[in-house]
Design a protein around this ligand. Structure first.
Ligand code: HEM
Ligand SMILES: *[C@@H]1O[C@H](CO)[C@@H](O)[C@H](O)[C@H]1NC(C)=O
Ligand SMILES: *[C@@H]1O[C@H](CO)[C@@H](O)[C@H](O)[C@H]1NC(C)=O
Length: 492
């Protein structure tokens, strides 16, 4: 173990040394037209600084790669990762500029291996007017009035249903994944958990694994298995789509995402093919499943490590529970009366940074902040680097939900500019409200039903995505359902 670390460090040292020799004079460079590129290193030919990037994010420090370069070059710098020169930004103004100019100066850019898994017609890969139409369609299926009137009931019910089966030792991340998978399937096509959804989930998990085998091992067995699994998932979904088309021809309509997609038939712009609908459904499954389940797990981890916050959160939810009773589900007013929970949600999103940043490609030469980014270059807008910057958030690297209660914290003065866990601009996450509600409901039920301790030491890692190494195993105990009796509440 320690010897492999040694070899690894020697290796990276060697790489840094060689790149130093190669690029000694390269910290100020110019584009062909003589404009100034952001400063930085481009590392070795082809692999560039990819290895440094990967090894940096495998440590417990959340930002070693960025910290190092920001202190050397400033908050906008050039590097060379995953085979391409890339401009990294840790600057909120620059990030905003990049996000807002989606479609004009920049466009989203994903490697081909990922688009194979997502399907050609997924929202993440769409551009232009089609993207606009589909983005707003997605929004109109996850906006707050829809959540209030339809989705909240299902969220509440499915979270409770899942927790009913918890005993003893629980792998929190796995349970959270079951919850978000079933929630998404329900939201998209109205299926409740059953044998069919279980089978679908098995295949689907293989597809997701494929995402993490890229972009380094496109010929790996994991990737091949993922492609096969994708075919199966797509077949299963196609069957559903065909069935639902028949139903809607008979005039039957279900109020879900698939229903909305089928409704587009008669509208301006025409309907969608089965293939388009399947890709679209699959991409929504991908977007909501991993992110939301990870944020659920990390919120519990951070709370466990911050007992005072957990106590305060429990108090807030006991009160709601006392009001609501044990059998009734949560309603929108309950969600709206969780002020401290919302602080916990924001702080978890800020510290965990499930999506650390977004990749774009410059579609034209772009000038910004005195620098020039050549057409065709990749750009990485790091959301995480801004969230973890002491200039924007005091004591930025510790979990402190109370910071959101005070209005004059630097982060709170202009949160829209420096707090962007869901991105921004035309591609801002359409699931931002849904994710917040899901997390809040999850927290409500876990703190009112259980107490728990971690079963093992588990730690955060940041590559290829933010997650805990061991899926956060905990040992739970059902809390004696001691609904505080009315008198004791009134006595307070
Ligand atoms: C904690 C949970 C979540 C986080 C942190 C998150 C974060 C993000 C971010 C940063 C983006 C922007 C990507 C880019 O600009 O390239 C995004 C896009 C997206 N998210 Fe989320 N998301 C979450 C949950 C969800 C959920 C529950 C859904 C389900 C509806 C969802 C659906 C999408 C979709 C469809 C896109 C693509 C939008 C587009 O390209 O127009 N996300 N998400
Ligand atoms: C949410 O979407 C529905 C359509 O699905 C629309 O009628 C409603 O006005 C939207 N609400 C908000 C708050 O945007
Ligand atoms: C959480 O962050 C959002 C910005 O995404 C902000 O509008 C909201 O006020 C914040 N909540 C709290 C409790 O500070």
């Amino acid at each position: 173990m320690s010897s492999s670390i040694l070899v690894y460090s020697l290796f990276s040292l060697l790489i840094s040394f060689v790149s130093f020799l190669l690029l000694r004079s390269s910290t100020v460079r110019f584009t062909r037209r003589g404009r100034r590129l952001p400063p930085g290193n481009s590392g070795l030919p082809f692999i560039g600084e990819t290895l440094q990037l990967i090894s940096a994010y495998k440590t417990e420090n959340p930002e070693p790669f960025m910290d190092d370069r920001v202190s050397k070059f400033g908050s906008v710098f050039t590097t060379h990762v995953f085979g391409e020169p890339t401009v990294f930004s840790a600057d909120p103004e620059m990030n905003r500029f990049i996000l807002q100019n989606e479609g004009k100066l920049f466009e989203s850019s994903y490697p081909g291996s990922i688009s194979n898994l997502l399907g050609r017609h997924s929202l993440l890969l769409m551009r232009g007017s089609l993207h606009k139409r589909m983005h707003s369609l997605t929004m109109s299926f996850a906006n707050s009035s829809i959540i209030k009137d339809h989705l909240l009931v299902d969220i509440d019910r499915l979270v409770r249903l899942n927790m009913d089966s918890w005993t003893g030792r629980v792998l929190l991340l796995d349970e959270a994944k079951k919850i978000t998978f079933h929630l998404t399937v329900k939201q998209l096509m109205s299926f409740d958990p059953c044998e069919w959804t279980q089978k679908l989930m098995k295949e689907y998990v293989l597809v997701i694994e494929g995402f993490f085998s890229v972009p380094l091992r496109i010929f790996s067995p994991t990737y091949r298995r993922a492609i096969q699994a994708r075919t199966k998932v797509a077949e299963a979904l196609s069957l559903v789509v065909r069935e639902r088309r028949k139903e809607s021809e008979r005039g039957e309509r279900k109020n879900d995402m698939l229903g909305a997609l089928l409704d587009e038939e008669g509208k301006h712009g025409g309907g969608f093919s089965d293939e388009e609908i399947v890709d679209f459904l699959l991409a929504l499954l991908v977007a909501g499943y991993d992110t939301t389940s990870t944020i659920m797990t990390l919120a519990v981890k951070f709370l466990t490590e911050t007992p005072l916050a957990l106590v305060q959160l429990k108090e807030e939810h006991e009160e709601i529970r006392a009001r609501r009773g044990e059998t009734e589900g949560l309603i929108w007013e309950d969600y709206k009366s969780m002020p401290f929970t919302q602080c916990v949600v924001n702080e978890t999103l800020r510290v965990a940074n499930i999506i650390g940043g977004v990749f774009r490609r410059a579609i034209t030469d772009v000038n910004m902040k005195g620098y020039s980014i050549p057409k065709g270059w990749k750009v990485f807008a790091s959301l995480r680097a801004v969230h973890l910057n002491q200039e924007h958030f005091k004591d930025a690297r510790s979990f402190n939900p109370w910071r959101w209660q005070i209005n004059d914290t630097p982060g709170a003065t202009s949160p829209a500019n420096v707090f962007t866990p869901f991105g921004g601009g035309p591609r801002r996450c359409p699931g931002y409200e849904l994710a917040r509600v899901e997390l809040s409901v999850f927290l409500h039920h876990i703190v009112t039903r259980f107490s728990w301790i971690p079963a093992e030491q588990d730690k955060l890692v940041f590559f290829p995505t933010t997650r805990t190494k061991k899926r956060y195993p905990i040992i739970i105990q059902h809390r004696a359902l001691s609904r505080p009796c009315k008198e004791s509440i009134e006595a307070k």
